[in-house]
Ligand binder design. Structure first.
Ligand SMILES: CC(C)(COP(=O)(O)OP(=O)(O)OC[C@H]1O[C@@H](n2cnc3c(N)ncnc32)[C@H](O)[C@@H]1OP(=O)(O)O)[C@@H](O)C(=O)NCCC(=O)NCCS
Length: 202
């Protein structure tokens, strides 16, 4: 009986409220959580999810489905993940040792990975027993407002994607991309500028 009551209590509790119980995790009550994201925060790290953000972890929550739930992890006590208002993420996996900042109205296609560190040292002598290299200030990833990232991209450390830019599907972004361009490929390069037609006013 107690087991059943407990089960119904957790089922009825909004997901965001449960996740907000974790120290350092702040999820707007206006965020839309489809399915259960995996949100893990190291002591001292912080994760902030803004208003009207959609975190889609369900296969039927996106036209392409998702291969995994949304995963947001801080890997060090200094790490900071911020997701701005009105952004939408589907099956996105984020692991931060430093800072990953996603602006407002950013759309991230299914199954993109965003990391601000290499996870393992380049030097093989240091790799064994040293699971993670120290992250540097310049390793932060900044995705500015109104960016659209296609499905299955990988955004690597130290990258800034400028306001309004579009990243083609399955791109590997290893260098910063300016604002208002289309960039694609491995490594992603700028293909063209985006022209915004002014709305006619009468
Ligand atoms: C390949 C990698 C280790 C290189 O890291 P690094 O030695 O610090 O090198 P840099 O980031 O300075 O990049 C060096 C050059 O390679 C390019 N580059 C880096 N990673 C790249 C990638 N994955 N694909 C294509 N080009 C890449 C950079 O643009 C840069 O080009 P340049 O020489 O023209 O300037 C890193 O970028 C990477 O892919 N890390 C993998 C992270 C990961 O998946 N970890 C495991 C998680 S479980």
């Amino acid at each position: 009986m107690l087991k059943r009551l407990k089960y119904y209590f957790w089922r009825c509790m909004p997901t965001s409220r449960i996740l907000n119980l974790k120290p350092g995790v702040q999820i707007s009550t206006k965020a839309r959580l489809l399915g259960w994201p995996i949100i893990e925060n190291r002591n001292g790290g912080s994760i902030h999810v803004g208003e009207n953000v959609t975190l889609n972890s369900r296969k039927w929550g996106n036209a392409l489905g998702v291969l995994s739930p949304v995963i947001i992890r801080t890997l060090s006590s200094a790490a900071k993940v911020e997701i701005g208002n009105n952004s939408g993420l589907s099956g996105t996996r984020i692991a931060s040792a430093q800072q990953i900042k996603i602006g407002e109205r950013v759309l991230i296609g299914a199954d993109t990975v965003i990391v601000d560190n290499n996870f393992h040292p380049i030097n093989p002598v240091n790799r064994y027993r040293q699971p993670r290299p120290a992250s540097k200030t310049g390793d932060a990833v900044i995705i500015e407002d109104d960016v659209f990232i296609g499905t299955g991209c990988i955004i690597l450390k130290g990258v800034t994607i400028g306001r309004g830019s579009v990243i083609g599907a399955h791109s590997v972004v290893s260098k910063s991309i300016p604002e208002m361009v289309i960039a694609s490929g491995n490594p992603a390069v700028v293909l063209q500028n985006i022209q915004v037609e002014q709305e006619k006013t009468q």
